[in-house]
Design a protein around this ligand. Structure first.
Ligand code: PBG
Length: 341
């Protein structure tokens, strides 16, 4: 007899009361004990806008992601709504000629984001529109705030952000999402919205947003990677910190945030879990551009199964306690989930 077979024949049966593998013995058994599920309603689709018409311009560092002109965005968003995606988040590529030191275009009621909000609201009224409040798409230096000398000045920036939020709400934004990480901006935005009668416009604050290397492809997409002067470490958080995230989230909730966000996503699942455990508030995670690029690149090289890795990465956010995920995979994930039913 082949010696290698011996253990199979002669092995003594272990006397185990607990055999966790019993609950994994078949697909139906695994489904029965499954703790978390990813659903289409968990997905928020971030998309990039560009001027022009009938335009879908590929973002080279994010294969499968495009910059859409407003008309093309409306079509794509109608598909997202048909798939059951509850909300989209808009990010503009601003014409470099329209960028200046003080982000004037952020307050233009006819800017790309505002035009997109109006068009989406009338064509696809059933989908939620999230707009980003921060100055980086509009500044010549690529920072989220106003630059005086070499300092990003907090309070003057907050005043502009509050006006930017009102401009977006007037255009039809449903959820204002400040991603700038200035101190006190949530309260200022809440007050400004309320003063203009927008008390039903929600705030989803990027509460724990880290100074991350994973934003690289996003900055290509909105055209700030070449212009960004220095880095964002005086306002975005140090990746080494965790307790600080809880303090940031606490402040934003006190100031009126309806929902909070942790960003980036997968490398910060520990933060998502802590925030959920402590605050029990609607908590979203942003699977950012660099995370999308890594999964997509490895998949294109045949190194991982792209669809399985995508769904597993998104399910991980649910397991960490997130209410939902902003992900560039939203449409493919929604399609994969529908195919599964
Ligand atoms: C900036 C902003 C960034 C992202 C969303 N809003 C980038 C940055 O802070 O430089 C990144 C999203 C991504 O990488 O997908 N206000």
């Amino acid at each position: 007899m082949n010696d290698a077979r011996k253990p199979l024949e002669a092995a003594a049966r272990l006397s185990l009361l607990q055999r966790p593998r019993r609950n994994r013995k078949s697909e139906w058994a695994r489904r029965l004990v499954r703790e978390n599920a990813l659903e289409v309603s968990d997905l928020i689709w971030p998309l990039f806008l560009i001027d022009g018409s009938d335009r879908r311009e590929p973002v080279s560092s994010m294969p499968g992601v495009f910059r859409y002109s407003v008309d093309a965005a409306v079509e794509a968003i109608a598909d997202a709504a048909a798939l059951g995606v509850p909300a989209v988040a808009l990010f503009p590529y601003t014409d470099p000629d329209l960028r200046d030191e003080i982000a004037s275009a952020a307050l233009d009621p006819e800017n790309l984001v505002c035009r997109a909000c109006q068009a989406i609201k009338s064509a696809v009224p059933g989908i939620g529109i999230i707009t980003d409040v921060a100055l980086d798409p509009y500044t010549s230096h690529g920072h989220d705030g106003l630059l005086v000398g070499d300092e990003i000045v907090n309070d003057a920036t907050v005043a502009v952000l509050a006006r930017q939020a009102v401009t977006q709400a007037r255009a039809g934004a449903d959820i204002i999402a400040p991603s700038d990480m200035m101190d006190g901006r949530v309260e200022a935005i809440r007050n400004a919205l309320d003063a203009e009668g927008f008390e039903n416009v929600q705030i989803m604050s990027y509460a724990a947003k880290y100074a991350s290397a994973f934003y690289g492809p996003f900055r290509d997409a909105i055209g700030t990677s070449k212009t960004l002067r220095g880095d964002k470490r005086t306002y975005q958080m140090d990746p080494a910190n965790s307790d600080e995230a809880l303090r940031e989230v606490g402040l934003d909730l006190e100031q009126g945030a309806d929902m909070v966000m942790v960003k980036p996503g997968m490398p910060y699942l520990d933060i998502v879990r802590r925030v959920v455990d402590v605050y029990r508030a609607p908590t979203f995670a942003y699977q950012v551009s660099g995370e999308y690029a890594m999964i997509t690149a490895a998949s294109q090289n045949g190194w991982i199964d792209g669809e399985r890795a995508m769904l597993e990465s998104l399910l991980a956010f649910k397991r960490a306690g997130a209410s939902g995920v902003l992900t560039y995979f939203a449409l493919s994930a929604a399609r994969a989930l529908q195919g599964r039913k």
